[in-house]
Design a protein. Structure first.
Length: 134
């Protein structure tokens, strides 16, 4: 699983990644079939590599950032969780803040974890609180 994530990470590091996400739906299949399961892995190295890939995908697409910023925040806030995963998630959040700006993340609509529909949450506040708790 770690080798698969390493290959996906190489693809995600391409300078024209934004164009790849828009033009090739198979890139999203790599995210859903390889990266997300890696993030949910019990192995810290696989989990950290998956989080790094997830952050790379999110920096390439505002829609993906809106969908997965909450997951990165959750990993930052895991008290007693693996430190390597927490650091990678924090680094990913900082990358997203640099790419989209904190107001850019705060102005997006995010899925409501409690049910269908959209929930508009000031994610900038969540990010700052999560990083302060970490």
């Amino acid at each position: 699983q770690l080798k698969c994530v390493a290959v996906v990470r190489s693809v995600a590091r391409q300078p024209d990644m934004t164009g790849l996400v828009a033009r090739f739906p198979v890139v999203l299949h790599m995210l859903n079939d390889l990266v997300i399961p890696a993030v949910n892995s019990d192995y810290v190295a696989v989990q950290a590599a998956g989080l790094e890939c997830l952050a790379l995908f999110c920096t390439a697409s505002g829609d993906l950032a809106a969908e997965y910023v909450g997951l990165l925040c959750e990993f930052c806030g895991l008290i007693g969780g693996p430190q390597a995963s927490r650091l990678v998630a924090m680094r990913g959040l900082f990358d997203l803040a640099l790419v989209f700006g904190v107001p850019g993340l705060a102005d997006r609509e995010y899925p409501d974890p409690n049910g269908p529909g959209k929930l508009r949450t000031p994610k900038a506040t969540v990010i700052v609180a999560t990083l302060a708790a970490g």
